[in-house]
Write a protein of this length. Sequence first.
Length: 574
Amino acid sequence: MRKGSKMLGLCMAILLILALAGGCTSEGKNNAGGNKTNTGAGKGESGGNQEASVSEGAANVNLDSPLPVVKSPIKLSLVTLKASNSGPAEGMWFFQFMKEKANLNFDVKQIDNTAWSEQKNIMFASNQLPDIFTASFSIDEIMRYGQIEGQLLPLNDLIEKYAPNIKKLLDEKPEVRAAITAPDGNIYSLPSIGVSDLTVWNSFAMNRFFVNQKWLKQVGLPEPQSLDDFYAMLKAFKDKDPDGNGKPDSIPFTGTWTQGVGDAYVVLNALGINARNAMELTVKDDKVILAGADPLYKEYLSYMHKLNSEGLLDSEIFTQNETAKFAKAANNQVGALSGAAPFVFAPDYAADWVPLTPLTSKWNSKKMWTDGNHVTPGRIVITSQAKNPEAAIRFADLYFTELYNFIFWNGPMKDSEEALSYEGWYLDDKGEVTYNFPDGITNIWDYVNALNPISGAPLGPSPVYDSINSLFGLKAPGLPESELSWRNPILEKVGPYLVAPFPAVYLTPEALARRNELATPILDYVKEMEARFIYGHESLDKFDDYLRKLKDLGIEEYLQIYQSAYDAYVANMK
């Protein structure tokens, strides 16, 4: 049994949300039948039969309340991602709830996260598609399968007529609409949405860097505040046996550059470069630039080369994956790294780690921390194969209601109508949320993954928790002290300095094709030369030659493609 944060009055709050849940319904009841949904073109086009089935499906949709989604039961096919701690779909409370309360019988296919890219390609190449994906699609994939191939339905009309909660969000938050609108003006996917205001629960700087405070105490140093301090800390970690085992085996700074986001953004940010790695784009004075071509990027390379030449960087930093990196932390070999949370990467030493504050440098006195994009398109799509797209969008709309988003993430409250036969969470006599974890489950994340297809879910938790806070002044459930020990410091140390990264932007089909021609040689060269400069295989005296080579590879055209897309994104927000 695990107790979470104290939430006196939560039961009343849930009852209030239940009362509010039916308040946002479609105003277009007269449109319930006879509407033709635009199904796109190309592979997704299915002719007259599509129109007949859509019209029939529309008549069955319930527009009077969020549930049931349809008046008479129907079957929908769904592909979702399966995390390592997810159970089988047939045992999940979520799908039983959908069957009994929404009249939706889901034929579910779960795909392991590790196999998702390959399986996705196979399904779209063969056009063997489910009605709905709750998964993860990149901007390029949304463009390809939506605007170009017609395998994803445009959702604009469906949202307008059948999804009042999604429509309300898009009307109130133009930045969300801009992030999910393709160049042809259509919306082909629904997003995951991150925090709007940081709270203890949502202390989610999406990029998090930690240092070993036990090692700091051992070497007699305070937490670093600048690049010079950071170097001094790493130097002490190497020279002063911080783990006390009498062996020169400490790894001051580990990381990985093999899986997209590296661990050295703390150095880039300290220099004033708003990017997580050299291959990312950033904006300065409304001009799109590549981080690896920023004038201050040379200082980053010089600093990292110094760390490497003095043995302060993990020798496997350019070759290891996340699993190898975290294994070293779990073995108490590491002093500094980027990671989700200490209990994830060093479960036996979680209390030893504290978040790093943004660093400054002689080139930049202003603290900054590159955040992640809080609006992530591609979390839910409806395909051109869908026979009941109106029901599918009504299902998606549930994620954008306060009550159902809340219980989809946390599970139902015990003895509530939503609980069905499931145990659910409850308030003990002290007013604290209590979970009765099933056998084999020891933490909240495993618990919710056993209940729901959370991995790749279409909507993140923060809008719900924000609304709980604003409406009822309550805290989100389920935060034991072990989580507060790192979330609170992130809130304090990083929260005030978060800056938005380069946004997710859409490229026209022509621009996308040209970008694809340019991107691989440019980004491969940047990545290769980053390693060569840091390892000392290439002298930094050749940095100007590096910039000239980038120009020869077409970086100016590459940046102009993104400049046009960025300008269009900004225009869509107005």
